[in-house]
Design a protein around this ligand. Structure first.
Ligand code: NAP
Length: 269
């Protein structure tokens, strides 16, 4: 679908490959101008040229290492000052498949910096402008490990649980200010992610692996349908709704002046 209806500009992190590159393709075809962010300048340039030629949209590239403070600050500055930006896709991320104790702590720290710190800072950079304009959308790419932390590396699961909780909290806080927030929870998706995580995707049963194209098309359909949390592979959405309803019902009982009776603690004073 190619449209001439201007949508503003989408800034996509991690746009040089995989899921981010498909978001770039789909959003340009939906009528967005693009700002593409990742470290690999050559890949960004090739994608930008192709999409500009195919869609006629303006496609800029901002090569940046989001784990580098100065680079991250440059992207934050763009998000703060470019009033044409209407959509932020926080997609850049890395994972790990190794067990916690078998993983290098410096690599785990880098993962937290990218998956958590960069995503948080970029959100803080863009959100005030969206609130001031009463419009804007933030799409955060989490993972199914956000709710299945026993799968893959624990720091990765923890980082994606942060992305999910942060997105839900943000949506709660910003929804009545005209800002939309969506968390996307991909299951296994056929991208270079798996090579970088140390477990090439051909090691997984192909029945559980989605293409990046199908994943992004479903995520955008979920966005169109107004979903706050989109789990493209989950067959029955009622399962997620029940899980959420149970969490929300329990949340009213999580704070009490006295410990639960099962602990046998006599109330102090
Ligand atoms: P991918 O193909 O490896 O893409 C990751 C992207 O992040 C690349 O564009 C990479 O570009 C960029 N990136 C990595 N480190 C960066 C840094 N320091 N600064 C800036 N950009 C950086 O993997 P993907 O599957 O598309 O991953 C996209 C998102 O989906 C991630 O957040 C991932 O956690 C999530 N996800 C993936 C799966 C899956 O099965 N594939 C499942 C659930 C969630 P450069 O190398 O050019 O910087």
């Amino acid at each position: 679908m190619t449209t001439n209806d201007p949508k503003g500009t989408a800034l996509i992190t991690g746009a040089s490959s995989g899921i981010g590159a498909v978001y770039a393709d789909r959003l340009a075809k939906r009528g967005y101008d693009l700002i593409l962010v990742a470290r690999n300048r050559d890949r960004l340039t090739a994608l930008a040229r192709r999409l500009a030629a195919e869609t006629g949209r303006s496609v800029k590239t901002l090569p940046a290492d989001l784990n580098d403070k100065a680079d991250l600050a440059r992207i934050e500055a763009t998000l703060k000052t470019d009033g044409a930006i209407t959509l932020l896709v926080n997609n850049a991320g890395v994972g790990g498949a190794g067990p916690l104790l078998g993983s290098d702590i410096d690599k785990m720290d880098d993962m937290i910096q990218l998956n958590v710190r960069a995503l948080t800072r970029l959100t803080y950079a863009v959100a005030p402008g969206f609130v001031a304009r009463g419009a804007g959308t933030i799409v955060n790419i989490a993972s199914i490990v956000a709710i299945s932390p026993e799968t893959l590396n624990g720091v990765y699961g923890g980082s994606k649980a942060f992305v999910l909780a942060f997105s839900q909290s943000l949506q709660h806080e910003l929804a009545d200010k005209g800002v939309r927030v969506q968390a996307v929870l991909p299951g296994a998706t056929a991208t270079e992610f798996w090579d970088i995580a140390g477990l090439p995707v051909h090691n997984l049963p192909q029945s559980i692996v989605m293409t990046a194209e199908d994943l992004v098309d479903a995520a955008l359909a979920g966005l169109d349908q107004g979903e706050v949390v989109t789990i493209p592979a989950l067959p029955d959405k009622a399962e997620w709704d029940a899980y959420e309803a149970a969490r929300r019902a329990m949340s009213g009982r999580l704070s009490n002046a006295t410990p639960a009776a099962r602990y046998g603690i006599a109330p102090s004073a």
